[in-house]
Design a protein around this ligand. Structure first.
Ligand code: CAA
Length: 282
């Protein structure tokens, strides 16, 4: 018997990557966004991502076509009602996510509701849902088809069975699951984003050039890319939001966001997505 469909909410970079990996393992994906245009863009991105696998001989052309045929883009949330799991990857706006969790828990009472949030409290999202024991964090990393980790975040209300089901799904997707309780920044962002913030301080102080800070960490610690280039990939607005969540959540001044990071965000220099951040992009 074929497995149930997976719902993906939000057709941005993360939603696109998540949909791609779910399609690639043979599941149907119901892909929701409020508008057609982002869904069209994401579908084209998924086709491109799967084409890379075909080019490398890791996926047959027929399998790519079948994967794309399993994708149902929709602007109606009701279409996701019979999904086993709905993975929410909407923008990091608390009111928007809370509204989605309220609605999803009503229209899909049997589904597990997983959020890909990189900074918000799962316990708060569970609290607005009608089935808090079925709410959990499923945090992927960008680029999703490439990076193996999924953080599985347990809210205060999450049932053990929910965590186990999400760990099993992560494994089915070829990912490594790491379990963590709900706390600001979870594990990776609590370690990674303060490092990025500190790199911004180094740059602000004029201690080294952006290229040299990045080269130092690449060649001195074998990171695949330097912290400032990584901030540009993640989005400077996302990095700033995570620093604010850490500062707010722990009340510790060591998490103060670097003024240069704040200034760049205020100027709309958000990294790759806006064409300019710590570095400029063509
Ligand atoms: N679908 C399928 N495969 C893809 C793909 C896609 N969409 N995108 C890239 N790939 C594949 C490429 O085909 C390539 O495969 P091979 O090695 O088999 O040829 C491989 O992935 C690497 O891609 P590239 O050669 O294009 O690029 P690269 O070697 O320069 O690596 C990178 C680029 C993967 C981004 C690497 O620099 C990297 O891992 N950087 C660190 C990224 C990171 O730390 N991300 C986490 C950010 S934090 C986060 O996401 C969480 C949060 O909440 C903020």
């Amino acid at each position: 018997m074929s497995k149930q469909a997976i719902g993906v909410v939000g057709a941005g970079t993360m939603g696109q990557g998540i949909a791609q990996v779910v399609l690639a393992v043979g599941r149907e994906v119901r892909f929701y966004d409020v508008a057609e245009a982002p869904l069209e863009r994401a579908k084209a991105g998924i086709a491109k991502g799967l084409a890379k696998l075909v080019d490398k001989g890791k996926l047959a052309t027929e399998a790519r076509d079948a994967a794309l045929a399993r994708l149902t883009p929709t602007t109606s949330l009701e279409v996701l009602a019979d999904c086993e799991v709905i993975i929410e990857a909407a923008p990091e706006l608390p009111e928007l996510k809370e509204q989605l969790f309220r609605e999803m828990s009503k229209l899909a009472p049997e589904a597990i509701l997983a959020s890909n949030t990189s900074s918000l409290s799962l316990t708060r999202l569970a609290a607005v849902s009608e089935r808090p024991e079925r709410v959990v964090g499923m945090h992927f990393f960008n680029p999703v088809p490439v990076l193996k980790l999924v953080e599985v975040i347990r809210a205060e209300q999450t049932a053990h069975a929910t965590v186990v089901q999400i760990e099993t799904l992560a494994e089915e997707l070829g990912k490594t699951a790491v379990a963590i309780v709900d706390s600001p920044g979870f594990a990776v962002n609590r370690l990674l984003v303060p490092m990025i913030n500190e790199a911004a301080f180094l740059l602000q102080e004029g201690a080294a050039k952006a290229e040299d800070i990045d080269r130092a960490m690449q060649q001195g610690t074998a990171h695949p890319m330097g912290p400032l280039a990584l901030a540009d990939l993640i989005g400077l607005d996302v990095c700033l939001a995570i620093m604010e969540v850490l500062q707010d959540g722990f009340g510790d001044p060591k998490y103060r966001p670097c003024p240069l990071l704040k200034r760049l965000v205020a100027a709309g220099h958000l990294g790759r997505k806006s064409g300019c951040g710590f570095h400029a992009y063509a």
